[in-house]
Write a new protein. Structure first.
Length: 438
């Protein structure tokens, strides 16, 4: 058995560092853009429901594109798909900047802008998940996928700070233009990355059967079903914090746009820390156990955030919550990539993203409407407690998830007490990631 590489060994690879730089630039631009629009609409309407509508538009567009993007990722050049998605997303941001500078930005315009952005963000995002898994050898995959979430940490930190400071200094329009430029920088870096050979054995036109095969595979894998169901719990309840942060900043903490920027950045710090320790935590307690434990810890931190009235404490709790959800999400994606055959990883990840973001609007809409009626704190505490309850019910019926782990060679094992033992978790055994074509 080969020696197990360190959690950060993948950073020695120049191609991976280049990919990570592009991902960080893209994420900073995306978070800056979203935060600006949320704040502009909140100032115009003063409604949490309006904010939830913005996030739903972004999510619905992801739902429409995620499955087609997963099919395309298994059959076509991943780099080309990423370039198309990022390029058009940058153009959509530039259009929103023009609308803001012209004084015609409204709730309706913002909804259209985020809908278009979400379509092409999904076209880039799903292939990017598969790309990072194929870019490295199997034993480095855990570190590569874990550290790839650095993009979200830096995106939240820099995007939040940029929004809070730049909107007050230069206005919303120029800040959106800067976000579009960052997406352009990301696309330029992606252009320098290599193409990857397809893992699909029968390349050609995408078919509906490609998707149904992935759904059948998920249905035959009990751990994958458990991961999907836990994703539904997180999407409906915990991820409502996207809607709640502006409400907490304005109504509970009285901190204004600067407070929202600080809360957003605190979430980014949590994601950054989480990305650095995801592989470490997974090695220490097991990947399957990490999925469950970190989701529950995130729920507890979210409940405490709901009753906090002090900004410094709220910043700490936001960071703790996003550490938990960051490790939970990345570890879930890692397990699915290890469980799934290489030829259908894009489709399996797309099914996971569809189930996750398909239920997310329900929680977001409910959180916004309920917060307008009962207040943000009551909604947050209730949603956090429902997450704990639902997770406990899932675990009663799917204990095999807690025992899952990944061995030194990057292979999935059904019980961390038998690392290196036989694997029989899915209908087809995973094949090796494809190597880059120089």
């Amino acid at each position: 058995m080969s020696e197990r590489p360190g959690s950060y060994a993948v950073l020695r690879l120049p191609l991976y560092r280049r990919f990570l730089a592009a991902a960080i630039s893209y994420s900073v631009g995306m978070w800056t853009f979203q935060t600006v629009l949320v704040w502009v609409v909140l100032e115009q309407t003063g409604s949490a429901g309006a904010v939830s509508l913005l996030l739903i538009c972004l999510t619905v567009s992801w739902l429409l594109i995620s499955l087609p993007a997963g099919i395309l990722a298994d059959r076509y050049d991943l780099r080309r798909l990423m370039l198309i998605g990022q390029g058009v997303a940058a153009c959509a941001m530039a259009g929103a900047a023009i609308a803001t500078l012209a004084g015609v930005m409204s709730l309706g315009v913002a909804m259209v802008a985020l809908f278009v952005l979400g379509i092409f963000d999904g076209l880039s995002g799903v292939p990017a998940m598969v790309f990072v898994g194929r870019l490295v050898e199997p034993r480095l995959m855990a570190g590569a996928i874990g550290l790839s979430s650095l993009q979200y940490g830096f995106g939240r930190i820099l995007g939040g700070l940029m929004t809070g400071l730049l909107v007050s200094l230069i206005g919303a329009g120029p800040t959106i233009a800067l976000a579009a430029a960052l997406l352009g920088v990301s696309a330029l870096i992606v252009f320098t990355l290599p193409s990857l050979r397809r893992a699909e054995t029968s390349p050609g036109r995408a078919r509906l059967g490609d998707l149904t095969a992935a759904v059948r595979w998920v249905g035959a894998s009990r751990p994958s079903i458990a991961i999907m169901v836990l994703g539904l719990c997180a999407a409906v309840f915990i991820y409502s914090y996207f809607t709640m942060l502006p409400i907490l900043a304005q109504d509970i903490l009285g901190a204004g746009s600067a407070g929202l920027g600080f809360l957003t950045s605190a979430g980014g710090v949590g994601i950054l820390v989480g990305s650095l320790v995801t592989d470490v935590v997974g090695r220490r307690i097991g990947r399957g156990r990490a999925v469950v434990v970190t989701l529950l810890l995130a729920a507890l931190a979210y409940a405490a955030l709901g009753v906090s009235t002090v900004l410094p404490l709220s910043l700490v709790l936001t960071g703790a919550m996003t550490i938990g959800v960051g490790i939970y999400r990345v570890t879930s994606q890692l397990l699915l990539q290890h469980l799934a055959p290489a030829r259908m990883r894009g489709r399996v990840l797309a099914v996971f993203e569809l189930s996750f973001w398909g239920t997310y609007p329900l929680g977001t809409l409910a959180a916004g409407r309920l917060a307008d009626r009962f207040g943000g704190p009551a909604v947050i505490v209730s949603f956090a407690l429902l997450t704990v309850l639902a997770s406990g019910v899932v675990l009663i019926f799917a204990r095999s998830l807690v025992r899952l782990d990944v061995d030194r060679d990057g292979q999935i094992v059904p019980d961390r007490r038998r690392l290196g033992g036989p694997v029989d978790l899915a209908p087809a055994a995973p094949s090796a990631p494809t190597a880059p074509v120089e």
